[in-house]
Design a protein around this ligand. Structure first.
Ligand SMILES: NC(=O)c1ccc[n+]([C@@H]2O[C@H](COP(=O)([O-])OP(=O)(O)OC[C@H]3O[C@@H](n4cnc5c(N)ncnc54)[C@H](OP(=O)(O)O)[C@@H]3O)[C@@H](O)[C@H]2O)c1
Length: 339
């Protein structure tokens, strides 16, 4: 378990990936007290170095002793690596903050968004899970509304950027866009269909109930983070040809009546949220404006006129930062604050 120190040995597993690189930048920007940074990726990255605070740090491959002396491990190398290596790291005394979906629904592993359920950090046993990017930005907004008016049901539709799939998907969108503009045939490798100039109502695998895994992650993770199984949620997740930032349309039905102005006031006072809502001036959150921002941006707040107690809104956050790296680093900050 973590011991109080002035500075900590931190490992980033999946350091060369879209999330890993953002984690390194976030540690540096937020001046996390790093004694030594160890970087890990696959054999493909052997020989590479990455920059942290003007130093070039070699990228290494994982091994049985990789976590010796490591205090905190930020994992973002996919579920299979987390399944195998998170327990190895935890056994050697490293606290793992895992970005993959592998441990999220394990009842022995807390699933934490620091603005929503920091109290769950207390019961970790060496592994803490970061929720999916689409869930994180949503629960930050749901929590204050739930506290004010008790949420009965949420209908969410997502518009998720390709960086949510990782580096190869960003390259695919770039390549397909360039090919189409140059009258060349497009190739599809990462997604089952062309993503450039298209929308795919399909994120992760389809399940027997007709939903995708991404949609069911939003349902199940929300209940676990909010600690309330009574919230009903239904999701449609869509991949759109945007490089960075996920947008989401939320329809929220509450038990108690709450007006649009009251929602604006509640959200303005809550941590991790920027209310950006002046439609008469064409002001509402946009993916291109929210890149690199820490907060979830909320706009188009209005009452749902088709039901008695309902609110609609549009929320946008940077999936690599708010939805992954920042959440992990905030968890690390909370951990070192409380040891
Ligand atoms: N992208 C997002 O918005 C987001 C948000 C939340 C959570 N996540 C989760 O974070 C994880 C990484 O996502 P990403 O978007 O960063 O993917 P990515 O860009 O494809 O990066 C994957 C990383 O994993 C490393 N890796 C692959 N196989 C490995 C192995 N055998 N041993 C060690 N490292 C290995 C890769 O190293 P090489 O470069 O050497 O191949 C790379 O550093 C996934 O579990 C994803 O579900 C992603």
């Amino acid at each position: 378990m973590l011991k109080k120190k002035n500075k900590y040995v931190v490992a980033v597993v999946g350091a060369t990936g879209a999330v890993g690189e953002e984690m390194i930048a976030t540690l540096e920007q937020r001046e996390f007290p790093v004694e030594e940074l160890r970087l890990f990726a696959s054999g493909r990255s052997e020989g590479r170095t990455l920059t942290f605070k003007d130093a070039e740090i070699p990228v290494r491959t994982l091994s049985a002793n990789a976590f010796k002396g490591v205090d905190i491990g930020l994992f973002s190398a996919g579920g299979e690596r987390s399944k195998i290596w998170a327990p190895v790291a935890a056994k050697s005394g490293c606290v793992v903050i895992d970005n993959s979906s592998h441990w999220r629904m394990d009842p022995g592993v807390p699933l934490v968004v620091p603005e929503v359920n920091p109290q769950d950090l207390k019961w970790h046993k060496g592994i803490i899970a970061n929720p999916s990017c689409s869930t994180i930005q949503m629960v930050v907004v749901l929590k204050p509304v739930h506290d004010a008016a008790k949420i009965k049901r949420v209908v969410v539709t997502t518009f998720q950027s390709v960086s949510g799939t990782g580096r190869k998907a960003m390259e695919e969108l770039m390549q397909q866009t360039s090919d189409l503009l140059n009258f060349r045939q497009v190739q599809t490798n990462v997604y089952p269909h062309q993503i450039a100039f298209n929308c795919l109502p399909h994120i992760d695998q389809f399940l027997e109930n007709g939903y995708t895994r991404e949609e069911m992650k939003m349902v199940n993770e929300t209940k676990k983070i909010m600690g309330d199984d009574s919230i009903r949620l239904t999701a449609t997740t869509v991949r759109v040809p945007v490089f960075r930032c996920h947008s989401e349309s939320l329809n929220i039905e509450t038990e108690k009546k709450i007006t649009a102005d009251e929602v604006r006031a509640v959200l303005s006072a809550a941590p991790g949220i920027v209310v950006y809502d002046a439609p008469e001036k064409n002001i509402y959150p946009l993916a291109v404006d929210v890149v690199d921002k820490d907060e979830t941006y909320v706009g188009r707040i209005r009452e749902d006129e088709s039901i008695e107690k309902g609110i609609n809104m549009w929320i946008v956050a940077d999936n690599l930062r708010r939805g992954a790296a920042l959440n992990a680093v905030q968890i690390a900050e909370k951990l070192v604050e409380t040891v």
